[in-house]
Design a protein around this ligand. Structure first.
Ligand code: PLP
Length: 390
């Protein structure tokens, strides 16, 4: 099919909830994407932070193929070998103390479970979240999400959510009280504009939660699995969350999410929560291969090193249009003094696909297997588009 044919057919039946680029992506390999007309692109999106191990990763593909031939689904009322192994792997790589795991299929579901577990086990009703935070689009996760563009059409949302400015400990101290079930934060705010959390702030929030009987939920749906230069961004700051939400990159491209649970979370209500596809053997096999690949190929270290290369390159651009370059590992944002949309479109025309974050930020989330030369090319293309529009 040509790009035009694909666009016409998809536009006819699509729910029309997204603004789309006029590009039909039909193939991927490593950090490269191809459109329906054969044009190639450097991918700086990773499908919104999913393809950390690269597109069509042969190790993940082989695991999926072998498992698909063996067993694809297994209800959570039965045991399964792949699931058992994955649970053990997740506990091994997570910050210490997170030894129980709930398996589901997406980031929003992982957050939804975290919020429900916090309410059920503390008996408290209030949740504190951060301005500019993003946690997903189901009702609970959406209630913890700040941007009114996502919230307003669906109000009223779940009651009891309060928002405070990110990276301001004194404001968190005012908000957390004896009614607070949980605080939920990202370590680097992704959708909100690539805003890294301050280590002292994050540790301070953790201590505050411990002192006031609230649970500390960390959302690593976007930052997890090597993206920021550690397996989990928590590990940069020695954080020990009570609940950790992960998804996106966990299963190398197959849908999966999980909620990891620490000792401060009490007993969960039996039959109180569940998921049909959660922990299915196919996604578990893909996740086992993905985690193994990230570790054996040193992708976290690679993200740290190439992230520095990318950030240094972008910081050196002498453009009056750039307000700030910031990030952690291969999660990098360039905040402009104007809307980022036209610059992202110009980058796409030059063969680099990147994302927006908020109205003015260009966000770069390449697969962690991206090459050094490709990183240099990305920087060159950004220089070009900023110069052209100067
Ligand atoms: N939490 C964070 C930090 C995210 O970035 C996202 C998605 O972008 C979500 C949760 C929701 O994940 P999903 O789209 O898989 O439901």
């Amino acid at each position: 099919m040509t790009t035009n044919e694909i666009m016409t057919l998809e536009d006819r039946h699509d729910g029309d909830l997204h603004l789309k680029q006029p590009l039909a992506i039909v193939r991927g390999e490593g950090a490269r994407l191809w459109d329906a007309d054969g044009q190639t692109y450097i991918d700086c999106m990773s499908g919104h932070g999913v393809a950390n191990v690269g597109h069509a990763n042969p190790v993940v593909l082989q695991a999926i193929e072998e498992q698909a031939q063996r067993l694809g689904v297994c209800p959570s009322g039965f045991y399964n070998d792949r699931r058992a192994l994955l649970l053990a792997e997740l506990v091994r790589i997570a910050p210490p103390g997170l030894e129980r795991v709930f398996m589901c299929n997406s980031g929003a579901e992982a957050v939804e479970a975290a919020l429900k577990f916090a309410r059920a086990t503390t008996g408290r009703k209030k949740t504190v979240a951060a301005m500019r935070g993003f946690h997903g689009r189901t009702f609970g996760a959406l209630s913890a999400t700040w941007n009114k563009q996502y919230r307003e059409p669906f109000e009223p949302l779940v009651p009891g959510f309060e928002f405070v400015p990110y990276n301001r400990l004194e404001r968190m101290e005012q908000a957390v009280d004896e009614e607070t079930a949980a605080v939920i934060l990202e370590v680097v705010q992704g959708e909100g504009g690539v805003i890294p959390g301050d280590g002292d702030y994050l540790r301070g929030v953790q201590t505050l939660c411990q002192e006031r009987g609230a649970l500390f939920i960390v959302d690593e749906v976007q930052t997890g699995f090597g993206r920021t230069g550690q397996m989990f961004a928590c590990q940069h700051y020695g954080l020990q969350p009570d609940i950790l939400c992960v998804a996106k990159a966990i299963a190398g491209g197959l849908p999966m999410g999980s909620t990891l649970i620490g000792p401060r979370v009490g007993e969960l209500p039996r039959k109180g929560h569940g998921s049909t596809f959660g922990g299915n053997p196919l996604a578990c096999a893909a996740a086992l291969a993905t985690i193994n690949y990230i570790e054996s190929e040193g992708l976290s270290q690679r993200a740290a090193q190439l992230g520095e290369q990318l950030m240094d390159g972008l910081k050196a651009i002498p453009s009056p249009l750039v307000r700030e370059v910031r990030g952690l590992g291969l999660m990098v944002g360039v905040e402009l003094k104007e809307k980022s949309g036209p610059y992202l479109a110009a980058l796409a025309e030059r063969g680099v696909l990147a994302l927006s974050a908020g109205a003015t930020v260009m966000r770069f989330l390449p697969p962690l297997v991206i090459g050094e030369e490709e990183v240099d090319t990305v920087v060159e293309r950004v220089v070009e588009v900023l110069e052209v529009r100067n």
